[in-house]
Ligand binder design. Structure first.
Ligand code: NAP
Length: 326
């Protein structure tokens, strides 16, 4: 538990009076990340006569939600100066055809990052795991291949790509100024894209981590022990304010649509945390929308720029002050 002194210094506490949690804005933080990346790309471009980091987004089919996510990624890339290409395969594409396309991008030296937009929208059965593992680990800027996941799980963080959503969560936790080392972190969810890599990332940043899932008994009890809580369960407003430890950092990855007659379209987006009760107990909290969501795209851009820098290091013996970050 926080000591009473630490509590008094916690955001939200002023003597014995309780104020609302400090909001960690993903919109603002993601803007800062994009601005920084833009400067880095300009610098690389001027040092290497027009060289640009390059990203390929491979899509199978035509899902509306995927189209929207891809357009957000292409827009962010354009803002930063990353060259982004959208490759589309039709719904009729087979696993072999998708693999062929992945291999051809793997072999294209001018491309530094390749992501396969999931879920795949195909008329045929395609094993998404086979496809994500076919992406060269050096270009796997989504960090979803077994090679990158294995490296992260062993704490080999300088030699892997960290999946974008957990990486964005860590950036948001850093924004609080609270050190992760020695804290008790609780992650709800163990998916490949959010929960499992979040567990690894917190662990190798020296937190003591508990990872919960749908079979965890007494979730409120687990949550009550968290100095840092990251929720990626996909359950609308599941985590209630009175489950939380006073002053906890609460990072909400959830994106859930709930009915709301007052909104155009009859629904609104909420997280996995019940915001209005949680912000009365948390020290810091991310909103939904405007929290983790914008960070995911920025971290994809960050991984793409790092990949391009690693490519330059290998091929041009490049050394600059950004080398340490690669
Ligand atoms: P997922 O693959 O469905 O995984 C959900 C995880 O939560 C599973 O591990 C599941 O446990 C666990 N879980 C489900 N219900 C639970 C409960 N009642 N108690 C405890 N654990 C429970 O989902 P995901 O892809 O990780 O995504 C999670 C959420 O994050 C979703 O709302 C998604 O929309 C959002 N998301 C946001 C971003 C972003 O950019 N902001 C990116 C990715 C995902 P089991 O393993 O036992 O089934």
């Amino acid at each position: 538990m926080w000591s009473s002194l630490a509590l008094r210094h916690c955001p939200g506490f002023h003597g014995s009076r309780r104020f609302l949690a400090t909001v960690i804005s993903g919109t603002k933080t993601s803007r800062l990340v994009k601005d920084r990346l833009k400067v880095e790309v300009e610098k690389i471009s001027s040092e290497f006569s027009g060289f640009r980091p390059s990203l390929v987004v491979l899509q199978v089919g035509q899902r509306d939600d995927s189209n929207l996510y891809i357009s957000t990624k292409l827009k962010a890339a354009a803002e930063i100066g990353i060259e982004a290409k959208h490759l589309r395969l039709p719904q009729t594409a087979t696993q072999e055809e998708v693999l062929e396309c992945v291999m051809s991008v793997n072999n294209d030296e001018s491309v530094h990052g390749l992501i396969v937009q999931l879920p795949l929208d195909s008329a045929h059965f395609i094993d998404a795991e086979v496809i994500t593992n076919a992406v060269s680990p050096e270009k796997d800027v989504d960090g979803l291949s077994c090679v990158n996941a294995g490296r992260l799980s062993r704490g080999n963080m300088n030699n892997c790509f960290i999946p974008c959503t957990p990486n964005g969560c860590m950036e948001l936790i850093k924004q609080t100024g609270v050190s992760v080392e020695g804290k008790h972190a609780v992650v709800i969810g163990r998916s490949k894209i959010v929960g499992a890599p979040m567990h690894d990332l917190l662990l190798w940043n020296h937190a003591t981590v508990t990872c919960c899932h749908s079979k965890t008994p007494d979730l409120p009890e687990q949550v009550s022990r968290a100095d840092i809580l990251v929720v990626g369960a996909g359950r609308a407003e599941m985590v209630l304010g009175d489950w939380l430890k006073e002053g906890a950092i609460v990072i909400d990855c959830g994106i859930n649509h709930v009915p709301d007659d007052t909104k155009v379209g009859g629904k609104r987006v909420v997280g996995d945390v019940h915001y209005s009760s949680a912000n009365q107990r948390a020290g810091f909290i991310t909103p939904v929308p405007g929290g983790v969501g914008p960070m995911t795209v920025s971290m994809l851009m960050e991984n793409t720029v790092r990949s391009a820098q690693r490519f330059l290091l290998k091929t041009h013996s490049w050394t600059t002050d950004t080398v340490d970050r690669c």
